[in-house]
Ligand binder design. Structure first.
Ligand code: ADP
Ligand code: MG
Length: 568
């Protein structure tokens, strides 16, 4: 170890009590302290905070840390104060401070004792704050949760868009470190461009979670029963069940309770006291299951969550990854079970219909990835990691056999000739089309766009009309993951040949295609379950049923397991 390394290790021990850096931390810190712009992509729990906290503590001046969540800032400030001699070492600057407090913060910064200043982006835009920060020594700027800058991220915040401009005003040569757990190439590109740090040293950790088992099941009218069965098989283990709507959360929590499972609901519609209570009950293991909307999870750190169930499929692979990522934090077992029906995708699309067109397009593209993931017969892990721009070989990679598709493979058949048709069409149309239009071209169906290019007059038009749309969409997904085609990042979705694809065209070889799952839905209106509770009538009937059941079960008779699914 050279002197610099020894110093870093000493500081790590001194301030944080750790004897080793985790993952890429040391390289990240070296990059930042040498004054380079730095970009860090690490999964949640990877140890990103330390990447700016440690440099902030050892460098001259104050580091400004932009973070979207006041609660998280407060936790970090408390933690740093706890290991330091004086409270002035870290401050939060936000609108909740009174005049005296603001004065104190500014004095501490001027005197040089404040090493970390946490700000929400909206406070940073305030003119008086910018003016003040211009006048003091800033060591660097950290932009935590940097994906908030991108509309392609899962948590877009418009205020993040102005950051670059403000940072420039505070100081011209301040090094910037951006940090995120969002790994999609599109979001990464947005962050680098928006912060104007395309020169940054980028550090990306693997997103593989080898201890998680991924499974997707068709969502039928019996989904509640399926969930209850699963939870009962995992009795005594902690789990989270995500639902899309608050109403569904309430209903499902009740259904579980009625069936003898210790469960509580959690969503943003509950008052703060109830939310805290339910969260604590889960953390203290007074209940096994939290049924929740996505409001639950941010900052929740229960290491032994053994399963995460998605009653409703999330709106992006990103969200799916984040939410399932709450299972098995301790490295132990973690079962991720998602229920999927195409109908739910349509529901999600309907939600977006009021939004601006650009936003809808993004939402639609993200949803298509979810469809691809759910219906695909590929290794789930490989699919997810590919989505994050990471190549994963499930023959040799860690956790390679930990999903339903690998454990129970679908039938495969030779698709070499069709891959040639596909790649050939991409080549001949000069990389112009997204999947949907390309499939139109292959199956010989025109539309305005295709007609405008006169593609429908070309000899190759309709070269693959012996197979249907579903087949070609499935093949495209598998060819993408195999790396023969790629989606253009700039236009998000236009398909282009990769070098591998060009090679394949020159020298075609065997390509085994798996049959995708068919998620056809059957509906049976004679049965009422909460999952059908879209209309108030069904809900009322369900609630009445539950009430009745509770009355009958009040004497704590053993609750018959799936009793509510019988026709009343
Ligand atoms: P992220 O922001 O990437 O989600 P955090 O910064 O919150 O992750 O860190 C996650 C956990 O890892 C924290 O409990 C932190 O104390 C711990 N941690 C960070 N660095 C180290 C290290 N070098 N050794 C041991 N634990 C660490
Ligand atoms: Mg963090």
């Amino acid at each position: 170890m050279n002197k610099e390394e020894i110093d870093l290790h000493a500081s790590l021990k001194k301030y944080f009590g750790f004897s080793k850096f985790k993952g890429l931390q040391e390289s990240v810190i070296k990059s930042l302290v040498s004054g380079d712009n730095t970009f860090v992509i690490m999964p949640t729990g990877g140890g990103k905070s330390l990447c700016y906290q440690l440099p902030a503590l050892i460098e001259e001046g104050t580091a400004i840390i932009v973070s979207p969540l006041i609660a998280l800032m407060k936790n970090q400030v408390d933690a740093i104060r706890a290991v330091s001699q004086h409270d002035g070492v870290a401050h939060v600057l936000n609108s909740s401070l009174n005049k005296t407090e603001i004065k104190q913060v500014k004095e501490d910064i001027k005197s040089g004792i404040t090493k970390l200043l946490y700000v929400a982006p909206e406070s940073l835009t305030k003119e008086e704050n910018v003016e003040f920060l211009r006048s003091v020594t800033i060591s660097f700027m950290a932009v935590d949760e940097a994906h908030c800058i991108s509309e392609w991220g899962h948590d877009f915040r418009p205020e993040y868009r102005n950051l670059r401009h403000i940072i420039k005003r505070i100081g011209d040569n301040i090094p910037i470190i951006g940090l995120t757990a969002t790994a999609t190439p599109k979001v990464q590109e947005d962050i680098l461009k928006s912060l104007d740090i395309t020169d940054a040293n980028t550090f990306k950790a693997s997103f593989n979670r080898p201890n998680l088992y991924y499974e997707v099941r068709p969502k039928t009218k019996n989904v509640d029963a399926d969930i209850i069965r699963f939870v009962k098989l995992n009795e005594g283990k902690s789990g989270i069940i995500y639902c899309l709507s608050r109403k569904r959360v309430e209903e499902l929590a009740q259904v579980l309770q009625v069936n003898g499972i210790k469960a509580v609901p959690y969503h943003a519609g509950l008052d703060a006291k109830t939310r805290v209570k339910h969260q604590d009950m889960f953390l203290m293991e007074d209940v096994d299951v939290v049924v929740a909307t996505i409001a639950f999870g941010m900052g929740i750190d229960k290491p032994d969550v053994r399963f995460v169930i998605h009653h409703d499929i999330p709106k992006s692979i990103e969200s799916y990854y984040q939410e399932t990522g709450r299972a098995g934090r301790d490295g132990g077992e973690g079962h991720c079970l998602a229920f999927y029906a195409y109908k739910d995708i349509e529901k999600l699309e309907k939600f977006m219909s009021g939004k601006p067109v650009a936003e809808q397009e993004i939402g639609h593209a993200l949803l298509q990835e979810v469809v691809a993931f759910a219906e695909s017969s590929l290794s789930r892990r490989r699919f997810i990691l590919h989505y994050f721009g990471e190549e994963f070989d499930n023959e040799t990679g860690e956790g390679g056999d930990m999903d339903d598709n690998v454990r129970y493979p679908k039938k495969q058949h030779e698709a070499q000739d069709n891959v040639v048709v596909l790649l050939d069409t991409v080549e001949r149309t000069n990389d112009k089309y997204k999947s949907k239009d390309l499939v139109h071209v292959i199956t010989g169906k025109s539309n305005a766009l295709i007609a405008s290019h006169k593609t429908d007059t070309m000899p190759f038009f309709g070269n693959g009309q012996d197979k249907d749309k579903r087949y070609w969409m499935a093949l495209i997904r598998q060819v993408l993951v195999a790396g023969l085609l790629k989606k253009d990042i700039e236009t998000y979705g236009v398909l282009r040949l990769t070098d591998g694809g060009k090679e394949f065209l020159k020298l075609p070889r065997s390509f085994k295609m798996s049959e995708d799952h068919v998620f056809d839905e059957t509906t049976d209106d004679s049965i009422i379950t909460a999952s059908k509770g879209e209309g108030a009538v069904a809900d009322e009937r369900l609630m009445a049923m539950l009430k009745d059941l509770r009355k009958r079960n009040a004497k704590k008779l053993s609750v018959p397991p799936f009793v509510i699914f019988q026709d009343p």
